[in-house]
Design a protein. Structure first.
Length: 168
């Protein structure tokens, strides 16, 4: 019986040794692959205000149909996890109509616009619509989109680019 145990141990040891050496492909060591991926991400994001500035939150559960639908989402409170993380929406538009062509987006607002030109609420609108326009027109980069706000009875605001609000 002792001979059989030794034989089994030798067979198991040989099998383990073969398994550990792989399938004949020699080890290559570490291969440099360059810098990590960077640059703008694709996909829809809603931008919310926080104590640290604007933060983009991916929209994973809804399809972007048009700019007006995106503004409607932005006018709602952020989802609970984002609220718990200190994010809020400062966007309170009455009636509005948003249109976009290429790198230009215009928002017609019914009534006056009460936010300051470069506050986080305006930044939320600009950054969210810039991202939405790049999703709706994939050849357009969100960094290139200019958003103009046209409140009725008030001066035109913009055009603005999202970067003006993110660098604060």
């Amino acid at each position: 019986m002792r001979g059989r145990s030794v034989g089994t141990a030798v067979v198991l040891g040989t099998a383990l040794g073969i398994a550990l050496t792989g399938c004949g492909v020699p080890s290559t060591g570490v291969i440099g692959a360059g810098e990590p991926a960077s640059g703008p991400t694709r996909g829809m994001r809603l931008y919310y205000a926080s104590a640290d500035g604007l933060r983009g939150v991916p929209v994973l559960d809804r399809k972007v149909e048009d700019l007006n639908g995106v503004l409607k989402l932005l006018g709602q409170d952020p989802p609970p996890p984002e609220q718990n993380g200190g994010l809020t929406s400062l966007v309170h538009l009455g009636g509005y109509s948003a249109t976009g062509t290429g790198t230009h987006v215009t928002v017609h607002i019914d009534g006056p616009y009460t936010e300051a030109e470069h506050d986080q609420g305006t930044g939320q609108v600009v950054c969210t619509l810039a991202r939405a326009q790049s999703v709706l027109e994939p050849k357009v980069r969100s960094d290139d989109v200019e958003v103009t706000l046209r409140p009725s009875g008030s001066a035109v605001l913009g055009p603005y680019r999202c970067a003006e609000f993110l660098s604060r």
